[in-house]
Design a protein around this ligand. Structure first.
Ligand SMILES: [Zn+2]
Length: 472
C-alpha cells in the first residue's frame, strides 16, 4: 500500500511537471512557425523588454472571507429578495437586502478616508416579468473616483445582483435565499470595494480611472438593474472601461476545489472574434494568471443570461465570472425536499475559499485596469499585398504612459503575444511580417506597468472582384 502510494505520488509529480511544461511552452510555440512554415520575420522578431506589472498586488491573505460570509448571511436572512417583494419592510424582501448592502458599504467608506461614495439609485422599469407594469427598483453603488483628470471619466465596474428568485419568478411570497445566486457576487463586489477603497495601504485608494462597485436588482426580472446601469453611467458622462459581472460565484463542491473560476466573454459580431469583451477577458486572464481564470469564449452559459449582457450588446467590454460547475438544484428553486432531493440556494453549499479567490482576482483585475492608460484608438492594419504589415494607431497625450505594445497572435491562437514596443503613437512597420498570417492589436502601457485592454487593428475590407450578375 505504502509502495503504491509512493508510486502514485511520483507519477502525479511527473504528470504535474509535464503539465507545467506544456502550460509554459504552448503560447511560445504557437507563435513560432512550424518546421515547414517560412520564418516570419526572416531574421527573428524584435527583442522587447517588458515592463513589470504594477507593484502592490492584492494578496489573497488580505481577502476577508469572514465579512463576505457575514454579508451573505444578512442577505439570506431577508427571506426573499425578489424584485417584486417589499422595498419598505426592513426584515423581509428586496429593501432588506438593499439595507444590508448599503450599511456594509457605508462601513467600508469610513475606512476609505472619505473617498468612497455610496449611492442608492432609484428607478423604474417594465418587463414581462413585472406583468408589463412599471415597478420601482433600486441599485446600490459605491464609487471610488479616479485621481487622474483625464481618466476619471473612464469607469470600471464590478457588479453582482442582490435580487433572488424562487421557482416561480413572479412569486413574491416564497422563500428565495439566493446565497449563491447572487449574494455571492454581491459579496465579491463589496469585498472589492474594501480591498481597493482602503486608503493608504500599498498606495491603494488612488487609481487613475474611477471604479464602481455595484449591487444591482431586477436581474431575474429581465436584467432590469444592469440595463438601467448602462444608461446611468452614460448619463453621468462616463465611458465604460470594463464591466465585471459576478453571478453565481460562491460554490465549488467537486473534488479538487478550489478550481478556476470561469470567465465568459462574447465573440462580438466581427469575423476575427475580437470584441471589446473578449479583449477584457484576455486582459483579466493575463493579470490573474491561467491558474486562476478559465476563459470561455461564449457570451454566457448555454441558454442563460446575466448582467454583463446589456453592456456587451452596447458594444462595451463586459464579461461574466461564474463558478466552475453549477448545481441546478441549488439555483432558482423554492426550498423544499422532493423525492429525497433537497432544493434551495443556501449558504451551506458555498465554498468561501473559492469565493475569496474570485474576490481577489476581481480586485486585482480592477486595480491594474484602473491604473492603466487609456486604450489607443483608431488601430489599423495596412500593407496588404506588400512584404510588411503596418500597424497604426492614435492616442491622446499622457505623461504617465511609457508607450505601446504591438500584439500579435496566430489566427488560430486564443491569446495575444507582444511583438514589439513603440514609444509614441503613429505607424510601426513590421518588417517581413505578412498582414495575412496573424491578427494584430495595440495596447497602452503605463510607466507603472499597467496595461490597457488591447485594441485589435481594423482592416480595410475590400470585396474581391466577382462576376457581374447577368440580367436575364
Ligand atoms: Zn444570477
Amino acid at each position: 500500500m505504502a509502495n503504491q502510494k509512493k508510486r502514485i505520488g511520483k507519477t502525479t509529480t511527473k504528470l504535474a511537471f509535464l503539465a507545467l511544461l506544456a502550460f509554459v511552452s504552448i503560447p511560445a510555440s504557437a507563435q513560432q512557425a512550424g518546421p515547414r512554415d517560412p520564418a516570419e520575420p526572416a531574421k527573428g522578431k524584435p527583442q522587447v523588454k517588458a515592463l513589470a506589472r504594477p507593484v502592490g498586488r492584492v494578496v489573497r491573505a488580505g481577502v476577508d472571507e469572514k465579512s463576505m460570509r457575514a454579508l451573505i448571511g444578512k442577505l439570506v436572512a431577508c427571506g426573499t429578495r425578489l424584485t417584486l417583494s417589499s422595498w419598505e419592510d426592513a426584515k423581509r424582501g428586496a429593501g432588506c437586502g438593499r439595507d444590508a448592502i448599503a450599511a456594509r458599504l457605508n462601513e467600508i467608506a469610513k475606512d476609505s478616508g472619505g473617498k468612497l461614495q455610496v449611492v442608492v439609485d432609484k428607478f423604474e422599469s417594465t418587463s414581462e416579468r413585472t406583468s408589463g407594469k412599471p415597478i420601482s427598483l433600486e441599485n446600490v453603488y459605491a464609487i471610488l473616483p479616479g485621481s487622474d483628470p483625464k481618466l476619471a471619466k473612464t469607469i470600471f465596474i464590478v457588479s453582482g445582483h442582490f435580487d433572488s428568485r424562487p421557482s416561480n419568478v413572479m412569486d413574491a411570497e416564497a422563500d428565495a435565499p439566493g446565497a449563491d445566486d447572487d449574494a455571492s457576487g454581491v459579496a465579491v463586489s463589496v469585498e472589492c470595494a474594501r480591498l481597493l477603497g482602503k486608503a493608504g495601504a500599498n498606495g491603494r485608494g488612488t487609481y487613475r480611472a474611477t471604479i464602481l462597485f455595484a449591487a444591482v436588482s431586477g436581474e431575474e426580472q429581465g436584467l432590469l438593474g444592469s440595463t438601467h446601469l448602462v444608461d446611468w453611467v452614460k448619463e453621468q458622462g462616463y465611458t465604460v472601461g470594463g464591466m465585471l459581472d459576478d453571478d453565481i460565484v460562491g460554490a465549488d463542491p467537486t473534488a479538487g476545489a478550489p478550481h478556476r473560476v470561469r470567465l465568459f466573454s462574447g465573440n462580438g459580431e466581427i469575423d476575427d472574434a475580437d470584441s471589446p469583451s473578449r479583449e477584457l477577458a484576455r486582459a483579466i486572464e493575463e493579470i490573474d494568471g491561467r491558474a486562476a481564470i478559465r476563459m470561455i469564449f461564449r457570451v454566457d452559459r448555454y441558454g442563460r443570461g446575466g448582467d454583463h449582457y446589456p453592456f456587451y450588446k452596447a458594444g462595451l467590454p463586459a464579461v461574466r465570472f461564474t463558478e466552475p460547475l453549477e448545481n441546478y438544484n441549488h439555483q432558482h428553486q423554492t426550498p423544499r425536499t422532493e423525492n429525497g432531493v433537497a432544493y434551495g440556494d443556501f449558504e451551506k453549499y458555498l465554498n468561501f475559499t473559492f469565493m475569496g479567490d474570485v474576490a481577489g482576482d476581481n480586485a486585482e483585475a480592477l486595480r491594474q485596469l484602473a491604473l492603466a492608460p487609456a486604450p489607443p484608438s483608431k488601430a489599423r492594419l495596412t500593407g496588404a499585398v506588400t512584404p510588411d504589415a503596418k500597424v497604426s494607431w492614435a492616442a491622446e497625450d499622457d505623461a504617465e504612459r511609457a508607450g505601446f505594445e504591438i500584439l500579435w497572435r496566430e489566427t488560430s491562437e486564443p491569446r495575444w503575444q507582444v511583438y514589439d514596443f513603440a514609444a509614441s503613437p503613429g505607424e510601426t512597420v513590421l518588417n517581413g511580417i505578412s498582414t495575412d498570417n496573424h491578427f494584430f492589436a495595440v495596447r497602452a502601457v503605463g510607466k507603472n506597468g499597467a496595461r490597457s485592454i488591447a485594441v485589435p487593428t481594423e482592416i480595410e475590407r475590400r470585396a474581391p472582384p466577382l462576376p457581374t450578375p447577368s440580367k436575364q
